[in-house]
Design a protein around this ligand. Structure first.
Ligand SMILES: NC(=O)c1ccc[n+]([C@@H]2O[C@H](COP(=O)([O-])OP(=O)(O)OC[C@H]3O[C@@H](n4cnc5c(N)ncnc54)[C@H](OP(=O)(O)O)[C@@H]3O)[C@@H](O)[C@H]2O)c1
Ligand SMILES: [Zn+2]
Ligand SMILES: [Zn+2]
Length: 371
């Protein structure tokens, strides 16, 4: 049996909600004819990894290997992939290709599923997350803090040549999570867009809002510490520091058509964010705090006919369009590379809000990565 077909993988495994990750073995899903295997070169650290590791939203199914901003090289292709009819793009995947995997690894793909049949696989009720999930055969899904990943070709995406692997990794979850709602709610010429929370998702939100040609992009952060990066680096036209400008909600009232909120904490000034919307404006929540959102007075919705909605990652087609736009317009996330071996320190730094603006774990050429 060749080394690439072994059924024992190695990665950074969480055994409970509090202990550090340990580098050890785990058993991936059984390989099927529609699966591929990828030698992982890079994996971004998304805040969702932290929520899952600490069982922040719900009890996690330990042992767990997180990581769903995965880039690597295809090292095994199932015999059925070349003729996979359900996904026109998947048959093109070949050994040696540079590919990415995001936060979703499977859905039901049934013709009678409203979401799947409509190309909105990310809203399928039988979604399999790239980690902490179960495939239809009940086997567990494991993510990219590992040397290798295995899963369905349907949710594996070719990385355009113009995108470096490390920068491409955060696009697979964070990138599409901001791109999909921006596109859905019409971000583009003529639109005034705000992005709240300038972290991993938020900074990519500014970059994509710019790439889509919005008239004005406003970065909304707690303090002014990220102002220079947001304005000079990501291309924001304006910056609001909500903890430092006492009357900000009144000053900037009715100035935005669309707000994308990436905030990860429950104590956000939601009522004030909604004041920034123009009549009929749309507020899209993508951040997922571990506690309920703040209460709202009905007036916040009624006075201007605003819409409050949410958005979850993106469909395979969204991911392909997002990667194409990123390649064409050079939408490159700001990343800091960390050796995969330093994953526990990188997670601690991410928790402390030190990432500028996305940590990307990198597998080295040491003995560990060859296993
Ligand atoms: N919907 C989806 O499909 C999806 C996909 C991926 C991730 N997520 C979720 O999106 C959230 C953000 O992820 P991320 O990786 O971008 O995290 P991140 O890099 O930590 O960014 C979160 C940002 O939220 C802001 N923030 C934190 N506490 C705040 C508070 N109390 N009030 C106001 N703003 C606050 C901070 O921005 P400032 O410093 O600028 O204030 C911070 O940079 C997480 O909840 C994650 O689980 C959702
Ligand atoms: Zn994510
Ligand atoms: Zn479905």
């Amino acid at each position: 049996m060749s080394p690439t077909s072994t059924d024992i993988f190695q990665g950074w495994v969480a055994h409970d909600a509090t202990s550090p990750l340990t580098f050890t073995t785990f058993t991936p899903k059984p390989f099927t004819e529609t699966d591929v295997e990828v030698q992982v070169s890079h994996c971004g650290i998304c805040s969702t990894d932290l929520h899952t590791l600490r069982s922040g939203w719900a009890p996690t199914d330990y042992p767990c290997v997180v990581g769903h901003e995965i880039v690597g090289t295809v090292c095994r292709v199932g015999s059925g992939v070349a003729t996979l009819a359900s996904s026109p793009a998947s048959p093109e995947i070949k050994i040696g290709d540079r590919v990415g995997i995001g936060a979703q690894s499977m859905s039901c793909l049934r013709a009678d599923c409203e979401a799947c049949a409509d190309g909105q696989e990310n809203y399928c009720t039988r979604i399999t997350g790239t980690y902490n999930g179960r495939y239809a055969d009940k086997s567990k899904s494991y993510g990219g803090y590992a040397t290798r990943w295995r899963g369905p070709a349907y949710f594996v995406f070719k990385i355009p040549d113009a995108l470096p692997s490390a920068e491409a990794a955060p696009l697979l979850c964070g990138g599409v999570t901001v791109f999909a709602p921006l596109q859905k709610y019409g971000a583009g010429p003529g639109k005034l867009v705000g992005v709240v929370g300038i972290g991993g998702l938020g900074h990519m939100g500014i970059l994509f809002a710019r790439a889509l040609g919005c008239d004005r992009v406003v970065a909304i952060s707690r303090t002014s510490s990220k102002r220079k990066d947001a304005v000079d680096g990501f291309g924001a036209d304006a910056f609001i520091a909500t903890d430092e400008e006492p009357k900000w909600a009144r000053t900037y009232s009715r100035t935005l058509d669309l707000i994308l909120c990436t905030v990860d904490a429950p104590d956000m000034p939601l009522t004030q964010y909604l004041r920034l919307l123009k009549m009929d404006g749309v507020f899209v929540q993508v951040g997922v705090p571990e506690q309920p959102l703040p209460p709202l007075m009905a007036w916040s919705l009624i006075q201007k006919s605003v819409k409050v909605t949410g958005s979850s990652i993106g469909s395979p087609e969204d991911i392909r369009q997002m990667l194409q736009l990123a390649a064409e317009q050079r939408v490159l996330p700001w990343i800091q590379k960390r050796p995969m071996n330093d994953v526990n320190a990188a997670l601690a730094d991410m928790h402390d809000g030190k990432a500028r603006y996305r940590y990307v774990l990198e597998n080295g050429t040491d003995a560990q990565a060859k296993l």
